[in-house]
Write a protein that binds this ligand. Structure first.
Ligand code: SAM
Length: 273
């Protein structure tokens, strides 16, 4: 009584779908092309919440589909959208410490601290000693790798942003673990030794939320040819990246850790070697 049948389609089979979908007794069935669909009967507010959260979202290069039966009352849909917009503002924190410096682009593209640290810990667990961060921005990932105990070379072509990264590394007490290099990664990366190449290319302000082609990330497209078994590459790409264009890469989804984004995929890491 009062339940809505919700069907979400197009979920990639490499994704932890329960984490995305949240509470609910979901049943899963295989679709074509490595995709999965999930269905459940939810109460009105849970159905409206899920619909608002998944609206316009694409994962791995394809838009999710969502059907709700019977149709939700408009007032509920609007309330859920407003609530989702409010939640969006309480996402994972960038840098948690005070006194950091960020320009507008550095702030917009900053990897949340908790996620940067967990990437660092993974790299350390894999035995990487030195990481080359080819596009360091204001230092979010470089600092995360250094805090996990790795040595880091951090390249950034914007001199002001590189200074922000250097300052932020001092705030975190890890500046001595990071070599900061000003220049173009396309020239410098082949010359610098490392156990792991990390690339978080600019996504562009209005990146496509449903499908991002490799051509939209030209820095990555150039640097991915430099991956090898001795020096694997981790690419941080939008959730909507067309993963099938990189058939040898294993995608892994990273969710937020904030109240507002713990059920939202923040980015994918693709490993190439
Ligand atoms: C997405 S941001 C990196 C954010 C960073 N991972 C963080 O969490 O703070 C990408 C950065 O790549 C830099 N960049 C773009 N092309 C570059 C190139 N050819 N060489 C070096 N840096 C480049 C941009 O200036 C930008 O700061």
């Amino acid at each position: 009584v009062g339940l809505y049948r919700v069907v979400v389609g197009g979920l990639p089979d490499w994704l932890d779908a329960r984490r995305l979908l949240g509470d609910g007794d979901f049943e899963f069935s295989a679709e074509q092309g490595g995709r999965v669909s999930a269905q459940a009967r939810l109460d009105a507010s849970a159905a409206a919440d899920l619909a608002a959260r998944l609206r316009g979202v694409g994962l791995g290069g394809r838009a999710l589909t969502l059907a709700v039966e019977p149709a939700l009352p408009r007032v509920l849909r609007r309330r859920a959208l407003a609530e989702e917009a409010r939640r969006y503002r309480s996402g994972s924190p960038g840098f948690g410490r005070g006194g950091v410096r960020l320009d507008a682009e550095g702030r917009r593209s900053l990897t949340p601290e908790a996620l940067a640290l967990s990437l660092g810990q993974r790299a350390a667990a894999r035995g990487a000693g030195r990481v080359l961060d080819a596009a360091a921005g204001a230092g979010g990932n470089a600092i995360g790798f250094a805090r996990a105990g790795l040595s880091v070379t951090a390249i950034e072509r914007d001199a002001g942003r590189l200074e922000c990264a250097r300052h932020n590394a001092r705030v975190y007490g890890v500046a001595e673990r990071i070599d900061f290099v000003h220049g173009d990664a396309r020239v410098l990366v082949p010359e610098i030794e490392a156990d792991l190449l990390f690339v978080d290319p600019p996504w562009g302000e209005g990146y496509d939320k449903q499908r991002v082609e490799p051509t939209a990330l030209p820095l990555l497209a150039e640097l991915c040819t430099l991956a090898s078994s001795e020096r694997p590459l981790w690419a941080k790409v939008p959730p909507s990246f067309a993963v099938e264009t990189w058939p040898d890469a294993r995608p892994e989804a990273f969710f937020g850790v904030g109240e507002g984004d713990r059920r939202r995929v923040k980015f994918l890491i693709l490993e190439l070697s």
